[in-house]
Design a protein around this ligand. Sequence first.
Ligand SMILES: Cc1cc2nc3c(=O)[nH]c(=O)nc-3n(C[C@H](O)[C@H](O)[C@H](O)COP(=O)(O)OP(=O)(O)OC[C@H]3O[C@@H](n4cnc5c(N)ncnc54)[C@H](O)[C@@H]3O)c2cc1C
Ligand code: SF4
Length: 548
Amino acid sequence: MRADALTTPRAANGRAPDVFEPGGWVPMREHREQDEVDFAIVGTGAGGGTLACKLAEAGFSVVAFDAGAYWRPLEDFASDERHQAKLYWTDDRIVDGPDPLKLGSNNSGKSVGGSTVHFAMVSLRFRPEWFKSRTKLGYGVDWPIDWREMWRYYAEVEEALKIAGPVRYPWGPKRPRYPYRAHPLNAAAEHLARGAEALGTDWAETPIATLSAPHGKAHPCVYRGMCVIGCSTNAKQSVLVTWLPRALAAGAEIRDLAMVGRIEMGPNGRATGVHYHREGEWRFQRAKNVVVAGYAIETPRLLLNSACSRFPDGLANRSGLVGRNLMVQLNQAVWGQVDEEIRSYKGPPSLAINEHWNYADAGKDYHGGWAYMSQGPLPISWARSLSGGRGLWGRALIDEMARSNHSVGLKMVGEVLPYAHNRVTLADETDQYGLPIPRVTFAIGDNERRMVAHALDFMEASLEATGARERWRETDDTCHLNGTARMGFDPETSVVDADCRSWDVPNLWICDGSVFPTVGGANPSLTIQALACRTADRIKELSRRGAL
Ligand SMILES: Cc1cc2nc3c(=O)[nH]c(=O)nc-3n(C[C@H](O)[C@H](O)[C@H](O)COP(=O)(O)OP(=O)(O)OC[C@H]3O[C@@H](n4cnc5c(N)ncnc54)[C@H](O)[C@@H]3O)c2cc1C
Ligand code: SF4
């Protein structure tokens, strides 16, 4: 176990860790701070890491910063939930509002590779109508992008990550089969499948970003089930082991343990570079373009913390929408007990999915969609569900934990509508770098309450149909963070345009889940990566036209 990754940068002196070789290194191009690089990218997760790769491969000079450590999964990752908390963003944040969010493990990462290092790998395309939900479905706002264009980029990402999924996906427009065959169902997934059939709906093997056959230097999944605390075999196709090795090979530089605190603005209204904290001191990297890709809390925080005399309300904030329209996703669950052994932690957590209610509009008294998936919680996470969701403690908790191999559950991912009052602002308190910390204010709406009620009833009916007894509902969980710097058609009602370029500062870009105008009922990372691929193509095209 190498503890030094949290204190000493590993990407330095012309080399970066080789994530495929214990103790190995790969060469890394380095840039001087006084050199004006083409792109300084803040964040190396689903958005920033993918974009760094695509821009470097297009010949741009790129430096990508991440506040987190550069892990070597084969050596650094333990099968231990507590130890692996090192992957989460646990810096202080204030949460308030009627329904304060639980932050940390379930929704934000702090590593080179971002939250994908500990994400659950579910890789779904959005329903086409969601890109025009206002026009076609009567709620939310339209995206300034057409779904057909996104389809091309989804295919690119699915191929790059060798997504394992079914031959025929039952929902949405016809599409080719997934690049790799689906993983076999575990017992928890079989319950979902049987329940879905009993209720007259389709189900499918969940398309997931872990290998079902070898790919390059990575081996197939061995079903250890540690995915959400970091995969120590590299079967999981996180950004750390996919886009970033490609980015390095194409000449990108990655700076780990590098916290960006402010974007510097020049007198001409263009960004000139980023101030970042690394190895105990503040430094400055000059750049022709700055991309913010810090996820939906840190992205608006950095834009607001970069306020200056010309932009006193923060950068890219003419609309007043930086930080607003924060959208989590609903993550409620139903659990029950069965006679047979389930051992639901065996294998990736979600191996079967039902997206019926993402695509069906009749029979709902609310707007938006939701999917549900089979589950495989690890022990600490399961104990938290039992204590938080059922109020079990002491002997009762221990007894229930002893029965966990017979527990089975279904969990939703549900759409939260964009509300301006759900937002990120700056608090008066500061963090270890002296930077104002974010305040996250959140309230669930009546629309969402109706959706949750429907989803819980449906999931419970599914479990009942497969014989689960002693059913109970976990009602207060949320996951995934999006919104807070939405893309749109108009500078008055959005923060960035369809190219993810800020309306106000022409060389400032945002490339992460912050730009989502709506979030749908599907996990977001495939869409974030597809958007990053599209943004890279748009940047290439603008550069060709001399319009950067
Ligand atoms: C437990 C868990 C399970 C999940 N499961 C799924 C799933 O199954 N499917 C799915 O689609 N999605 C899932 N997600 C969500 C998915 O991981 C995120 O939506 C996605 O990674 C977000 O991409 P991003 O680029 O916006 O941010 P991230 O991937 O989080 O990357 C942001 C990076 O920016 C860095 N950063 C932030 N601010 C700064 C700064 N100022 N300076 C330097 N660095 C900075 C952070 O350290 C971080 O590494 C899951 C998330 C979690 C936590
Ligand atoms: S189940 Fe597969 S993807 Fe998950 S940790 Fe194990 S090997 Fe990695």
